[in-house]
Write a protein that binds this ligand. Structure first.
Ligand SMILES: N[C@@H](CCC(=O)N[C@@H](CS)C(=O)NCC(=O)O)C(=O)O
Length: 199
């Protein structure tokens, strides 16, 4: 059995979108839980098995999968028919894994620090800056609609999500990509799901 623990309008919303795009909603239960919000509302939910009380987390037959990058990779592999993952042996597998890892290791810290107004030369030396992220994405998308080319993958779903949340960056290639990624059944389903569940 697979269960996704989800709080409406949070980082787990993109996993609800992924489940729809993977046609996996009949195979994964969605448990709606509370989580502490930046504005002080919400709170840790005793039903949520994430060791830090965060969402998303997946319980797959008693094994926890946490961190959106890992959850996205795991679900795309479990439901391969949708073609959103990149399987072992595919020449683009390495690039796909790199985008997923780059999200967790670089994109999330850089954009979170920017949103909090925190700056330090050491941070730019370690992670690079939000402008560097944009330049990297713009270069990747300059001649292609999606990160891996013509095909939309789970990497696009994950990597575009901060801009869907915080707003498009005003770079034509990235803005058009964010629009393409938001114009999908999964994104629409997740928005409706969250509206139904009180967000
Ligand atoms: N890097 C994690 C971040 C998870 C995360 O921080 N989730 C937020 C919701 S947007 C949360 O649960 N916050 C509650 C808390 O930190 O206690 C991921 O991408 O899955």
């Amino acid at each position: 059995m697979i269960t996704l623990y989800h709080s409406p309008r949070s980082r787990s919303t993109r996993i609800v979108a992924l489940l729809k795009d993977l046609d996996a909603l009949d195979h994964v239960a969605i448990e709606v839980v509370t989580s502490p919000r930046m504005d002080g509302s919400g709170g840790r939910d005793p039903r949520n098995p994430h060791p830090d009380g965060k969402v998303p987390v997946l319980d797959h037959d008693g094994v926890l999968v946490w961190e959106s990058s890992a959850i996205v990779g795991q679900l795309a592999e479990l439901f391969p028919d949708a073609g959103l993952g990149v399987s072992v042996g595919d020449p683009q597998r390495g690039a796909y894994l790199s985008w997923l890892a780059w999200y967790a290791g670089v994109v999330e810290p850089v954009l979170t620090l920017q949103a909090l107004g925190i700056d330090h030369p050491g941070l730019a030396k370690t992670f690079r800056t939000a402008d560097d992220l944009k330049a990297r994405l713009a270069a990747a998308l300059a001649d292609r609609p999606y990160l891996l080319g013509e095909r939309y993958t789970a990497a696009d779903l994950l990597l575009h999500s901060p801009y869907a949340w915080f707003g498009k960056p005003g770079v034509p290639a990235i803005d058009a990509w964010v629009d393409r990624c938001m114009d999908r059944p999964g994104a629409r389903y997740a928005a409706e799901f969250d509206a139904r569940h009180g967000a």
